[in-house]
Design a protein around this ligand. Structure first.
Ligand code: PMP
Length: 414
């Protein structure tokens, strides 16, 4: 908006009593315009009609939340220590929760002290804090191809230049990573090595060791994001990249209670070298002072009083049936020549339709059949593979999944 001639010649206070054209407000920061909204959230809005079978979201099954256990934990902390639970807390996090997360991390093969941890408001916040602390505008960040969408957003907000690392059905290609690090001198590599979002694939142990070796030899940070690792249905747990020689002092491991307890609690954490944890804590002071005290204390109480691992095993058992229902119906629903990888856990199946299909333009037709997926294109930092799509298999029961896939098949054949 430009100023009018009248604005230019008559001082504002001379307009008293008359209707005024207000001066335009200054523009948004360039980054606000440069970073687009999440297409997943847009699709969720379109598919809010209850008749739509929505494979597009990444929503844990709400009927499996341990609502009674979580309610009891909140009740307990609000009864026994209301003054603490409802009070401001330290930025680093409640000691009881940090100690419990440290013990769980140590039990999974990565020796961890409470002091190595920063509690975050979901692991999503850890991504923003790391982007703030590590990334200068123009810095290169290496990401998987395809990559978790909201990580692309977090790094884009910091002005990162996103460079995709080629991946196959087993995830990152370490040789390609090595070459890209040599070429671009990136600040960091962002990876979801276990049951990745969006592909569901898992990086084998040998490649994890190779990624750690590249980081040690060439010098870069690794952000290892692991919100899904506990949701394993079959096969052996693969140790974190952070446990491999060379990675110790340069890997930030992110964890979350979203997929194992409840995403509405907004509880995640970041484990890393002391100086980086400190810097992230300062960034967090500016972001939200601290993660809600009552949620932290309730989660700590839950971990003390209940058996989270037993709960997760129950959830994983149900998710496994749902994955199997989706895999069983995919062959019929997708066109001949489509491919997908069987995930050993997590929440997502990623499929590739034959050459020439464009899942973005097909989505409208498919939604008219009351079913939805997420087109693959937005998950790519580089040239998108337009024939891909992501489907979440955990939100619906097996019979609804089967019905959703029948609708999908009808939509794709139209
Ligand atoms: N990382 C990945 C790979 C995810 O898929 C998600 C959630 N969809 C998050 C981080 C953020 O999870 P939260 O903030 O709920 O912990």
């Amino acid at each position: 908006m430009t100023a009018t001639v009248t604005d230019a010649v008559v001082p504002a206070d001379k307009h008293e009593g008359q209707s005024q054209v207000p001066a335009p407000v200054p523009e948004f920061a360039a980054r606000a315009a440069a970073v687009g909204g999440s297409p997943v959230r847009d699709i969720l809005a379109v598919t809010a009609r209850p008749e739509v079978i929505n494979f597009a979201g990444g929503l844990p099954a709400p009927e499996l939340f341990d609502a009674a256990g979580v309610a009891a934990a909140f009740q307990a902390v609000l009864t026994s220590t209301p003054g603490t639970a409802l009070q401001y807390s330290t930025t680093e996090g409640e000691p009881a929760l940090r100690a419990a997360i440290a013990a769980r991390t140590t039990a999974r093969g990565l020796p961890t002290d409470a002091a190595d941890l920063l509690v975050t408001t979901g692991s999503q916040q850890a991504l923003s804090l790391l982007a703030t602390v590590l990334v200068e505008p123009g810095d290169t960040v290496l990401v998987e191809s395809p990559c978790y969408l909201a990580a692309l957003q977090a790094f884009a907000f910091a002005g990162a230049r996103l460079v995709p690392v080629p991946c196959d059905d087993e995830g990152l290609d370490p040789a390609a990573l090595d070459a890209l690090v040599a070429e671009h001198r990136p600040k960091l590599l962002y990876t979801v090595p276990t049951f990745q979002n969006p592909t569901g694939r898992t990086l084998p142990g040998g490649r994890r060791a190779a990624v750690a070796e590249v980081a040690a030899r060439r010098g870069l940070w690794i952000v290892e994001d692991d919100p899904y690792g506990e949701l394993r249905f079959e096969g052996e747990r693969v140790p974190w990249i952070a446990t491999h020689p060379g990675a110790e002092d340069r890997t930030v491991l992110l964890g979350s209670f979203s997929k194992v307890m409840a995403p509405g609690l907004r509880l995640g954490w970041l484990r890393g070298p002391a100086a980086l944890v400190r810097a992230c804590a300062v960034a967090k002071q500016a972001a939200d002072l601290h993660t809600p005290t009552v949620n932290q204390l309730a989660a700590a109480r839950y971990l003390a009083d209940r058996d989270l691992d037993a709960h997760v095993a129950r959830v994983a058992g149900v998710y496994r049936e749902r994955r199997d229902a989706m895999l069983a119906g995919l062959g019929e629903a997708l066109p001949d020549g489509s491919g997908w990888v069987r995930p050993e856990g997590g929440m997502f199946v990623w499929a590739r339709l034959p050459e020439g299909y464009d899942t973005t333009s097909l989505l409208r037709t498919v939604i008219a059949h009351d079913v939805a997926y997420v087109p693959g294109a937005p998950f790519f930092a580089g040239e998108p593979d337009r024939a891909t799509l992501r489907m979440c298999f955990v939100t619906q029961a097996p019979d609804e999944i089967a019905e959703g896939l029948r609708r999908l098949g009808a939509g794709l054949r139209e």
